[in-house]
Write a protein that binds this ligand. Structure first.
Ligand SMILES: *Cc1c(COP(=O)(O)O)cnc(C)c1O
Length: 380
């Protein structure tokens, strides 16, 4: 389908093409010098000691869970209002995801009070997700984690370039995981990054990302090593030089791209208040610096969401839903029927939530057009 206004769009220029071509000309395609440079630049960008580039954020979340030694019998508290990959990563290790509710209809991230209520003797970790790039209440959450000796894993897939108290999201917990999927603020098509300040956690992730092998093809090619041992049951979660080259260029665009997203978000807020006051736009309070990854709105109670989305589609405007709550999926529902009652805000918000188009190359005219569509399509 050709959209008049798509939900998101790439922020790519000729530099990305040139960077990929340079890798092809270099003759070295998998993890090597370009990946090392990307990792160093990303670590500096977020202010983390270690950054490890991976095949995607789902792999990063999986390795973060393994680095925390999660396994069968362990419980991890996380939101249900997230992409399913967050919860899947917990389950890959055999641990049990325990879903907890969000703060409010205005702030759609994991509530500290809900985390505390969900803690049991089996709880080992908290996995937060910075929805749309807006910060979770990290001071409160890290205090709870310290008090109960829990690990904190940040799903920062939305949050490249976002911060709270001048500290990058993704660097508040023990491990932070970023996504560079095609529709994320920094895109390498597929790709991800794991950051940590902990040397031992970084070493474990480094081993697990490449089969648990003690040396890499790169080291052997350069004569640094001639053989290897396998010391863990690892995976192939490596990134390649083509994606790392894209990532290095994209990293230079994040600040300006996020600033543009912020401007467009303010414009949406202003125009929606004027012409569609029945719509609410979450994250109205000031807290930290968002990356404005997506533009969530809540329809008024009683508006038929599929009908609203169909009307927008007829106008050529693409919308989405972030997210169908994880506990309602078939692959999760059988374990979590009892949980529903513990997630009233998640369920109320998810029923009314719609995501509107937002991307750095979007124009003011396009925002005006989307808002007009919303006003026309959301009348009761
Ligand atoms: C995109 C996304 C992921 C998964 O990222 P991949 O890089 O596609 O594996 C995980 N969590 C959230 C919240 C996401 O938005």
């Amino acid at each position: 389908m050709h959209w008049k206004i798509p939900l998101s769009d790439l922020n790519y220029g000729p530099e990305e093409e040139e960077a990929v071509s340079a890798v092809i000309r270099s003759g070295w395609l998998s993890m090597g010098a370009v990946t090392q440079a990307f990792e160093a630049e990303f670590a500096a960008f977020v202010g983390a000691k270690h950054a490890l580039a991976l095949t995607n954020a789902t792999a990063a979340l999986h390795l973060a869970c393994l680095a925390c030694d999660l396994g069968p019998g362990d419980e991890v508290i996380l939101p249900a209002l997230t992409f399913v990959a967050s919860a899947n990563a917990v389950r890959y290790t055999g641990a049990t995801p325990v879903f907890a509710d969000i703060e409010s209809e205005d702030w759609l991230t994991l509530a500290p009070s809900a985390i505390e209520a969900a803690i049991t003797p089996r709880t080992r970790a908290i996995m937060v997700m910075h929805y749309a790039g807006f910060p979770c209440d990290m001071p409160a959450i890290t205090a709870i984690a310290r008090a109960h000796n829990l690990a904190v894993i940040e799903d920062a897939a939305h949050a490249v370039g976002a911060s709270l108290d001048n500290r990058a999201l993704g660097t508040w917990g023990d491990l932070g995981c970023y996504s560079f999927f095609a529709n994320k603020n920094l895109s390498t098509a597929e790709g991800g990054m794991l950051v940590t300040d902990d040397d031992a956690l970084a070493e474990k992730v480094r081993l697990l990302r490449s089969h648990g092998m003690t040396t890499l093809t790169w080291d052997r090619h350069h004569g640094h090593a001639s053989t290897y041992d396998v010391v863990e049951l690892g995976y192939n979660y490596r990134i390649d030089e083509l994606r790392s080259a894209l990532g290095r260029v994209q990293l230079t665009r994040v600040a300006a791209g996020n600033a543009r997203r912020a401007e467009l978000t303010s414009l949406y807020r202003h125009l929606l208040a004027q012409s569609a006051p029945q719509i609410s736009m979450p994250f109205s309070q000031p807290r930290g610096q968002s990356s404005y990854h997506i533009l969530p709105i809540l329809l008024p109670e009683g508006v038929n969401k599929p009908a609203f989305m169909a009307k927008m589609r007829a106008e050529g405007i693409q919308t989405s839903w972030h997210y169908p709550p994880v506990h309602t999926f078939h692959a999760y529902a059988k374990n979590n029927q009892a949980l529903s009652s513990r997630l009233p805000l998640t369920e109320a918000v998810a029923a009314r939530q719609v995501t509107l188009p937002l991307f750095p190359t979007m124009t003011e005219e396009q925002v005006t057009c989307v808002v007009k569509g919303v006003a026309d399509s959301s009348k009761l």
